[in-house]
Design a protein around this ligand. Structure first.
Ligand SMILES: [Zn+2]
Length: 150
């Protein structure tokens, strides 16, 4: 298993061969930037990896390095707005289900030590809410697709 090699489910599961002179390296990237980059990079027939490499090479003034083309601002506004809506829906969904970690039936999680309300949602509860929301969104897209097909 290649560390850091993420192959989305809809692509054929083929081991990706790295071009020579490359290795998988770990970097931490904020969820918002990582998530919203998927659609524009796919539309522009590049990848998040490709854009990061171009930016890094440009920043380092490597010979021949050029800035990558930026995505359409209207597309990005839509994608970013949708990301925030999804996050809000996940939070609201998590608050509506009980948390096995801290025992709250609904509402914000509480810290174990001092029983204080926390902004952080315990991971199993957050994961359950994320799964529910993504199922709802997938069903919504299927329904919208059916309507368009009629
Ligand atoms: Zn909790």
């Amino acid at each position: 298993m290649l560390k850091g090699a993420h192959v989305p489910g809809r692509l054929p599961r083929v081991a990706r061969q790295l071009r020579s002179g490359r290795r998988y390296r770990s970097v931490a990237i904020e969820d918002l930037a990582w998530d919203v980059a998927e659609q524009p990079t796919s539309q522009m027939q590049t990848s998040r990896n490709g854009v990061i490499e171009q930016l890094f090479a440009w920043w380092l003034r490597l010979p021949g390095a050029k800035l990558p083309e930026r995505p359409d601002p209207e597309l990005m506004k839509q994608v970013i707005d949708a990301w925030y809506r999804r996050q809000e829906t996940i939070r609201a969904t998590a608050y509506a289900i009980p948390c096995d970690e801290c025992g709250v039936k609904q509402g914000p999680c509480i810290t174990a030590e001092r029983k204080l309300v926390t902004e952080t949602i315990h991971k199993p509860r957050l994961d359950a809410a994320t799964k529910r929301v993504d199922q709802m969104l997938a069903e919504g897209e299927r329904a919208a697709g059916d309507t368009q097909a009629d």
